[in-house]
Design a protein around this ligand. Structure first.
Ligand SMILES: Cc1cc2nc3c(=O)[nH]c(=O)nc-3n(C[C@H](O)[C@H](O)[C@H](O)COP(=O)(O)OP(=O)(O)OC[C@H]3O[C@@H](n4cnc5c(N)ncnc54)[C@H](O)[C@@H]3O)c2cc1C
Ligand code: SF4
Length: 327
């Protein structure tokens, strides 16, 4: 680990000012569970010179309902979200997604915004400097994407372009199902961006000087909600595929449905065609299978990740039918 300067921000304004002042040299530190790995492994071409700590900003960790909107502060910890009575009652798929992240120790310090803004897990990208030197690639702007002709078992089956790393965030998937938006504060004020628009193939869309200050979810009345995650090592591992599904059934037919998939693209993917197909129909084995096929109809697999289509199709179907997780 190299030395760096440390700025302890006590307000959003102080954090924005420091991030703006130091530009590309600065990195924001929340729980540090992802950032410290970056600092230790030195896998990026440039090393941060300044860390801006936001953990001491008060009032950014609350969960509250304001009118028809649920607001979650950027610094809300995943462990709190996993056991929040409000989430468990109204947005259980989000509580389940928060609970599905990593281990209790990590969830106790990891923040929601940190989970959404964490860096990708591509093994080429994260190759530690101390093990023979960092590896260049398209995401680092110094080479081609090595996964295209290499080991792409865990890479994108949708939406990849130049970079095929997937968004590793579990919470992003549930938030996408609920049409959530991120509140971003920067030197030019505040704006809102839907979570499904926040991610692009090469990076998320925050600019220097900006930080996520909150997450807003419009009220939903979807009675059945599920978050399912398929991972190789069950107690602690990133998703191979994850799915968040929420449905409402009136008089035996589906009146509303949301289907979001994770770990298959640079960001969470809403399966809108599948949702449209299910509305007005009963949810049974036949319609759930057809919806699941539709959800994956846009998949474009790489040489070694075609298996993800089968897993994703099965997870969507199981989530719609209320069956338990597959892995
Ligand atoms: C062993 C292990 C297993 C894991 N398994 C999973 C898993 O199964 N599922 C999953 O989803 N994740 C998993 N993770 C990732 C983990 O969830 C993230 O490290 C954590 O959520 C990041 O939150 P943090 O508050 O610690 O962020 P930090 O490490 O502090 O920050 C992470 C990144 O986000 C940026 N950032 C943080 N807060 C903000 C903000 N408010 N505005 C703008 N940028 C911000 C930072 O600058 C940094 O680039 C795992 C991590 C580890 C180490
Ligand atoms: S998938 Fe992205 S991060 Fe991985 S090697 Fe390709 S460009 Fe780099």
């Amino acid at each position: 680990m190299r030395s760096f300067s440390y700025v302890d921000a006590h307000s959003v304004e102080e954090a924005v000012s420091a991030l703006h002042r130091f530009g590309a040299k600065a990195r924001l530190n929340a729980g540090g569970t992802d950032l410290l790995g970056l600092l230790k492994d030195e896998y990026l071409p440039t090393y941060p010179e300044v860390l801006v700590n936001v953990k001491n900003i008060t009032g950014l960790d609350s969960v509250s309902e304001e009118g028809s909107v649920l607001r979650i502060g950027a610094l809300a910890r995943l462990s709190e979200l996993g056991r929040s009575p409000l989430l468990l009652e109204r947005y259980p798929a989000l509580a389940e997604a928060a609970y599905a992240v990593a281990s209790p120790q990590i969830r106790n310090v990891a923040t929601l915004a940190g989970n959404l803004c964490q860096d990708v897990r591509c093994a080429y990208y994260r190759y530690p400097s101390q093990v023979g030197g960092a590896i260049g690639c398209a995401r680092k702007h110094n080479g081609p994407c090595l996964a295209v002709k290499g080991d792409n078992r865990y890479h994108a089956i949708m939406g990849g372009k130049k970079c095929f790393a997937v968004c590793p965030s579990d919470t992003a998937v549930a938030l996408a199902a609920f049409d959530a938006s991120l509140t971003v504060t920067g030197p030019h004020g505040e704006y809102s961006i839907p979570v499904v628009d926040f991610y692009a193939p090469m990076a998320h869309r925050l600019k220097h000087g900006e930080l996520v200050t909150g997450i807003e979810i419009p009220a939903v009345s979807l009675q059945q909600q599920r978050f399912l995650k398929f991972a190789l090592r069950r107690p602690i591992d990133f998703a191979i595929v994850s799915v968040a599904v929420a449905t409402s059934v009136v008089d035996g037919v589906c009146s509303d449905v949301r289907i979001a998939l994770g770990a298959i693209a640079p960001g969470p993917v809403r399966a809108r065609e599948a949702e449209e197909f299910l509305r007005g129909k009963p949810i049974n084995a036949e319609t759930a299978s057809a919806a699941a096929e539709l959800a994956l109809s846009g998949a474009k697999t790489l040489s070694r990740n075609g298996y993800k289509v089968a897993i994703a199709t099965t997870l969507v179907k199981r989530a719609l039918l209320g069956e338990v997780a597959a892995g």
